[in-house]
Design a protein around this ligand. Structure first.
Ligand code: KE4
Length: 425
């Protein structure tokens, strides 16, 4: 493959944007390569500036469950644009999207549209604090909830730690109320609740973790977490920015049969446009301004174009339930290819992740034991074969409805080849 055009575009971009990118993971640093500059996408494929084509399993980190440039979504967005892009005033479409989301996720009795997953999480935490009058928040090591200050914490060594900020620019006082438990370890949550009795507003979790690679919840873990939070008057927040409308039409809460008090959504909810959501129990959401005193606002929140993309996408998902059985079927083939080729692969629905460790990956520490150099080799092998996967061990492979049987077959063959190349099996 030739990458000359991407190379020169990257050099130019680096003069104007940190690392030449608008989000760090896109810089390909973890896989020790220069990023590709993408020119276009269609169905399950993307095309870079040098004219190379790839089967795309990043799918813009999740929104692309229907593939790129779905004709129905594009047509609806083009039509909406003719009437103006944004008014900063309520429109009927926002109610239509809110009703559609609520019909798919009944726990979301009332919700607010925002512009990014980060904004949704920042707002839902503030709402949980405002509703309970408590400040402390439990998150899980290895779960990512966007870059709002109180979520940018890295657990100290061991469990039950007072968090220290990760990265710079986050003052200690922004994270002193953020407690870190271990994913899939309910006793770590029990100990935090015990040592912070009556002070915890909420627990936030990725119901299926996809930001430390893919780590499914152990059987019963989510149900235990629900019971524990209910018993202690602590709100349970499912961060479904990735899992929402992906694991099932009703997301992880339908897939696992556990009802949170609050939920955040993003990615698929906006059909690829900047749109995210937070919501849940009506009595909690009625604390949000202008009804209640929890302030949250946004110039472009619920703008007609992003809302149109979201409505069209969710309508297609709601009208074609076979989409979910289809992406499961395609994911079955890929999972089998990984396993037959000697990979240690985790999977939840249409989210997959090969780990380069002998451990069964069920916690953040297990995930950290993965050989990221080997992941980088795997990444390059697949890229050179025209398969575009996450440029980091700690992300997910997203299967879309637009991936054809040929795409899946080609990918399965490349996985087999990568297995031979890496494990020289
Ligand atoms: P955004 O602010 O990036 O829209 O959403 C933050 C977020 C919140 N919650 C979960 C579970 C998420 O996965 C994310 C963002 N996901 C990453 C990919 N792992 C976005 C990609 C990026 O950071 O460039």
């Amino acid at each position: 493959m030739i990458y000359e055009k991407s190379h020169s575009l990257f050099n130019e971009a680096k003069k104007y944007m940190p690392g030449g990118v608008n989000s760090p993971v896109r810089a390909f640093q973890a896989v020790k390569r220069e990023p590709l500059f993408i020119k276009s996408g269609k169905e399950g494929h993307i095309f870079d500036a040098d004219g190379n084509s790839y089967v795309d399993f990043v799918c813009s980190w999740g929104p692309g469950i229907l593939g790129h440039a779905h004709p129905r979504v594009i047509k609806a967005v083009q039509k909406a644009c003719e009437h103006g892009l944004t008014f900063g005033a309520p429109t009927e479409k926002e109610t239509e999207l809110a009703k559609l989301i609520s019909s798919l996720m009944p726990s979301m009795e009332m919700l607010r549209l925002v512009n990014s997953g980060t904004e949704a999480v920042m707002s839902v935490i503030r709402t949980a604090r405002g509703f309970t009058g408590k400040n402390k928040v439990i998150k899980f090591n290895g779960c990512y909830h966007g870059h709002s200050d109180c979520m940018l914490v890295k657990a100290g060594s061991g469990l039950l730690t007072q968090s220290i900020p990760s990265g710079s620019g986050v003052p200690e006082n922004c994270t002193r109320d953020t407690l870190v438990a271990e994913y899939n370890d309910i006793s770590s949550v029990e100990r935090l609740i015990e040592s912070n009795k009556g002070e915890i507003a909420c627990v936030i979790i990725e119901p299926a973790a996809a930001n430390m690679g893919v780590v499914p919840p152990k059987k019963g873990f989510l149900k235990e977490l629900r019971k524990l939070t209910e018993e202690n008057g602590i709100l349970l927040i499912f961060d479904e920015v990735i899992t929402g409308f992906r694991l099932s039409p009703g997301g992880a809460q339908e897939y696992y049969g556990v009802k949170p008090d609050l939920t955040t959504l993003g990615k698929i909810a906006g059909g690829g446009m900047p749109l995210a959501v937070y919501g849940g129990r009506r009595d909690i959401m009625e604390k949000v301004a202008p009804v209640g005193k929890v302030y949250q606002a946004g110039t472009l929140s619920g703008n007609p174009i992003a809302v149109t993309a979201g409505i069209e996408t969710l309508k297609i998902l709601k009208e074609n339930k076979d989409i979910y059985s289809e992406i499961e079927r395609k994911s079955d083939i890929l999972e089998k290819a990984f396993k037959d080729s000697g990979f240690n692969v985790n999977r939840v629905g249409s989210l997959l992740c090969p780990f380069f460790t002998d451990k069964k990956v069920q916690t953040y520490d297990d995930a950290l034991s993965s050989d990221t150099e080997k992941y980088a080799e795997y990444f390059s092998y697949m890229l050179e074969k025209g398969i575009y996967i996450a440029p980091s061990q700690f992300e997910a492979m997203f299967v879309s409805y637009a991936h054809t049987d040929e795409d899946i077959e080609k990918t399965a063959e490349c996985i087999a080849g990568a297995g031979k190349f890496i494990f020289n099996s």
